[in-house]
Ligand binder design. Structure first.
Ligand code: DSN
Length: 488
């Protein structure tokens, strides 16, 4: 027996051992027998995530069953194609795994179709873009050829319309307003394969202005109206979005990567649930949904065939081991505990936002209705987002800096810090802990001196830093990460 499991068996009596921890530590020993440094780095990451308070809005802690479902021979199987239609022999078990993930995803989200192969959110968006282009590109030139979709064209016919692809418009939220790079940011592939038009939030309120959006859509007539965000702290009215899309004949695509868990957990219902309103919805599976790192597309039956051809037309071979973990996570998301968890994420975010604002910290839009908030640290403390991120990391908080609308500090240094509550809520933290976090963050940042060169680290009294570190460590002591895994 090697060191990790041996140490566990020495320290933990048999009656307290769990299969998850035993498997996890046995796996580390197996890895260590081949490459000790890799095993030790995984352990180091566990130590790091245990000793720092994770406030990155797009991260979470997946369960041990989710993690362990990925560590097996499913990784060795090629399975291009879709369930029951594979380009390789021997895919029966992959079919079972993928089929279960698909039907659980449909059940969670009440979606007509689910495609669980994308390796990430960006991959899911590419699959969705291509499916929309294939199905809906209806220029006079294509219509004149008498064909319904791009896939119905012969290669010669396709050559005649190829250049039209770049004239198709996607209208998505600007990065500075809270959108994602793939929503048409000028350097992203989304803005290269199509014409990208960006909509912004109202600069006075930081909120989406549906009337302005309607007018812009009327002017631009996009093929795709894209809703969704990475750093917008409010709800989106998808019924209104669909109305706008319909009024200009656009496809409504929603990227719910950040809030999929809040949809699954029935926090976002009615007009705020994108599924009944969007033609096509993409997501990651590892954020609020608390699954493995990966992506997914949900769509109406119109797009099913084109979406299912994602691999091999857009994606590399599916990752069956990750699809197994997605199935496990989806099963977890169907439990009543998950619904309670999703509601607590938002309750915690609201308490945290309130706590920060009461101390005078400026938040974009003046608060939150979802799992994230964005602090304007430039306006509140004269710091750049990068300076604040560094100080917070030293104080044992893991956060990420974020651009704000018309950010004077640019995309690298930024003026904002985005924080979110999915991970701390998974640990079991509640309103009291959120108030403590708000107080530690405020006390720390108010003592920071940005200095003349904002490119440099901000200065802080070492005693203030030490006190913040102690308070974070005290807080974490009550909420250990994977407590059943005993190392050293
Ligand atoms: N990188 C993710 C986030 O942090 O929001 C989005 O892709």
């Amino acid at each position: 027996m090697e060191k990790y499991l041996k140490n566990y068996f020495l320290q933990v009596p048999e009656s307290k051992r769990t299969s998850g921890a035993t498997a996890y530590l046995a796996a580390l020993d197996a890895v260590s027998s081949e490459f000790p440094q890799i095993a030790e780095t995984i352990v180091q990451e566990l130590r790091d995530q245990r000793s720092h308070l994770k406030l990155i809005a797009s991260e979470n802690f997946s369960s041990l069953p989710v993690q362990l479902a990925m560590g097996n021979l499913l990784t060795d199987k090629y399975s291009e194609g879709s369930v029951g239609h594979r380009f390789y022999a021997g895919c029966d078990n992959v079919d079972t795994v993928e089929g279960l993930a698909v039907s659980l995803a449909q059940e969670i989200f009440h979606a007509e179709h689910a495609y669980v192969q994308p390796h990430s959110g960006i991959d899911a968006n590419l699959v969705a873009f291509w499916a929309i282009l294939v199905q809906r590109i209806q220029t006079p030139e294509v219509a004149a050829l008498g064909k319904k979709t791009l896939n119905d064209l012969t290669p010669e016919e396709y050559e005649k319309v190829r250049q039209l692809l770049v004239n198709q418009k996607v209208m998505g939220m600007a990065l500075g307003s809270g959108g994602h790079l793939t929503h048409g940011y000028r350097l992203n592939v989304s803005a290269k394969i199509m014409q990208a038009v960006q909509y912004e939030v109202d600069p006075r309120t930081g909120l989406l202005d549906y009337k302005a959006l309607q007018q812009q859509a009327q002017r631009e007539k996009p093929l795709i109206l894209l809703a969704g965000y990475s750093s917008y702290p409010r709800l989106i009215d998808f019924a209104k979005m669909r109305e706008i899309a319909d009024s200009v004949g656009a496809v409504l695509m929603v990227d719910m990567a950040h809030f999929a868990g809040l949809v699954a957990g029935k926090v976002m219902q009615g007009n705020f649930n994108p599924i009944p309103f969007a033609h096509i919805v993409t997501t990651t599976t590892h954020k609020t949904l608390r699954g493995p790192r990966g992506g997914m597309v949900l769509c109406t039956s119109e797009f099913k065939e084109a979406v299912d051809r994602g691999c091999p037309l857009i994606l590399g071979g599916p990752l069956p081991h990750v699809m197994a973990a997605k199935a496990v996570a989806f099963k977890e998301a169907l439990k009543p505990e998950f619904t309670r968890y999703a509601h607590r994420i938002v309750e915690n975010a609201k308490v945290l936002a309130e706590g920060l604002m009461q101390k005078g910290i400026k938040l974009l839009t003046g608060g939150t209705d979802n799992h994230l908030l964005v602090l304007n640290v430039a306006a509140s403390f004269g710091l750049t987002g990068k300076q604040a991120e560094m100080l917070l990391r030293e104080a044992k908080f893991t956060v990420n800096r974020n651009v704000i609308p018309q950010d004077p500090n640019g995309a690298w240094d930024t003026s904002g810090v985005r924080i979110g509550t999915p991970a701390t809520t998974t640990l079991g933290m509640g309103p009291l802990e959120m108030e403590e976090i708000a107080d530690i963050i405020h006390t720390l940042l108010k003592h920071a001196q940005p200095g003349d060169d904002r490119k440099k680290k901000a200065h802080i009294d070492p005693h203030v830093m030490q006190r913040a570190q102690e308070r974070v460590t005290d807080l974490l002591r009550g909420f250990p990460l994977y407590p059943e895994i005993v190392i050293e």
